[in-house]
Design a protein around this ligand. Sequence first.
Ligand code: ZN
Length: 337
Amino acid sequence: MSRRPISISIDRLRGKRPATGPARRLPGDERSCPHCQSHFRAEEMERNCYVCAVCDHHFGMTARQRLDHLAGGEPWEEIGGELRAADPLRFVDLEPYTERVRAAEAKGATEAMISAYLEIEGQPCVVSAMEFGFLGGSMGSVVGERFARAAEFAVARNVPLISVTSSGGARMQEGVLALMQMAKTIVALDELADARLPFVMVLAHPTTGGVWASFASLGDVTYAEPGALIAFSGPRVIEQTTHEKLPANFGLAERQFEHGHVDAVVDRRELPARLGRLLGILEQPPRDESQSLASQLAQNGSERAARMAQALPSLSRRLRGRPADATYHPSRGHSGS
Ligand SMILES: [Zn+2]
């Protein structure tokens, strides 16, 4: 076997590679785009908010990366971070639930949701971001409680609540306790609504099952990331059950937008600015200012009504004065009058 060291001439490679050629293609890993196979360095990924610079594919993001991105790199205050999953059912499938939780925690996250108090473009708010890397972003007791505490915190501070979801649904290992979190998150949103505070949803890939069937579908304003799967059941499950072929874009954010389930599909790189602007619009003015605004609107309304009343008779005269045989020809214009 030859011991000769391998030498690569970078200059020669540079000379052969056109300046504006296609991006490098390497075997698949978490930094290679599954759509166009472009490969990126870690700092390139971070700089571009984990979006493919070639085809705009949105990669997954951890909850911490989400919060850092929305907060513009500023610090945030975690809410309910001390909560940890218990195992009241002593559930065992292929391995005990406690072992699965321990393995998920070893990757760095403490649960499938992080709630935090932060500012987006100068607008204070509470954000609950989901972590798909923790047991598929599944909603168990801790996720439900962290969401409920986030809503309570938002009410106490009189700020809006935003949630970014990425979840496979309810956590099967917690059985009915996981399903109870669907009702719990909805009750938490009722309290938010009673306090007249907005709830903004950002649906990231994938938002499915019990999360989509509870709080994720209740946003006052709902944004989705491009290409995100948003459905109760994924297309594979439905096709296996019904033996029917589904459309290729079934459940994707763009199709959900076409059908009115989503207000806008927003590129992740524009999300902080978009949310900041929205929160600025939804911000409630102080009481005395809002009264003057109401009277101003009423005055504007009556002025507009008066202008309409003046304009209507002349408008109807114009309509009456129009000859009955007036028809339009592209070459000659109106034939009547
Ligand atoms: Zn790509």
